[in-house]
Design a protein. Structure first.
Length: 242
């Protein structure tokens, strides 16, 4: 995972996220609702997809009452609206690879909006598979390094639960898993009373494109515009700011 820092991305987006909690919670609510419908019901003990969505929502500080409300009204809400998972791939400025995951009730509308955002921000929307081969799908768990965590104990517990890799920095511990082991590792660490800053399945770049802040600004504008779109759930990229 060298060159990729989930913690750096979290810090960079924190101010924006704090200002847009309502929109973030709306997107998480949609993800919870789809998990109820497609994952097999509203019981997280038997619906692993819902369990993962709940963990992601909790890591984003979504209140429990909001989470439960989204789950409870999911069946009724989705009776008339069908959301579809759609992935878009393309390039941003300076050849940065970008993957966009969306939940949409109108594929044509969302595709048109994605093309417009890419075109207007110095990028280009590509065909399916044009950049995804540069990424690996991984479970990613981020724990803030508060100074009172024993790194050796955390590493042992994570590896015993099935984690593949752990990276320690001054600010955070980043734990990587195979997607099939993500839930087990998260549950084991949760039971050991670790708190996550982030917990989700992500696309991790195999290599990054290193840009200085001035060069990266246009790429960041593209990413911000994509994340602001109501249908977009996740944006992954291989930009590294140096």
């Amino acid at each position: 995972m060298a060159g990729h820092s989930k913690w750096a991305n979290i810090k960079h987006k924190k101010e924006k996220t704090d200002a847009q909690k309502g929109k973030i919670f709306t997107k998480l609510g949609r993800e919870l609702a789809v998990a109820v419908k497609e994952g097999g019901g509203s019981d997280p003990s038997t619906n692993s997809r819902l369990r993962d969505a709940i963990a992601k929502a909790k890591a984003a500080n979504m209140p429990n009452e909001n989470i439960m409300r989204s789950i409870k009204k999911a069946a009724g809400e989705l009776g008339s609206v069908t959301y579809e998972n759609v992935t878009y791939e393309g390039y941003g400025p300076n050849g940065v690879a970008v993957i966009v995951e969306a939940l949409t009730d109108n594929r044509n509308r969302t595709a048109s909006e994605m093309r417009y955002i890419f075109d207007r921000n110095g990028g280009s929307l590509g065909a399916t598979g044009c950049v995804s081969w540069m990424f690996d799908r991984k479970g990613v768990l981020v724990i803030e390094n508060t100074g009172d965590i024993d790194p050796d104990a955390l590493m042992m517990e994570a590896l015993e639960a099935g984690a593949e890799d752990i990276e320690e920095s001054e600010d955070a511990f980043e734990i990587y898993t195979d997607p099939s082991n993500f839930s087990a590792v998260r549950d084991a660490l949760e039971n050991a009373n670790y708190k996550f800053v982030s917990a989700s399945i992500e696309m991790i770049p195999q290599n990054t494109i290193k840009l200085e802040a001035t060069q990266a600004e246009q790429v960041e504008n593209l990413i911000d515009k994509l994340e602001d779109n109501d249908d977009v759930q996740n944006v992954f990229h291989n930009l590294e700011i140096v």
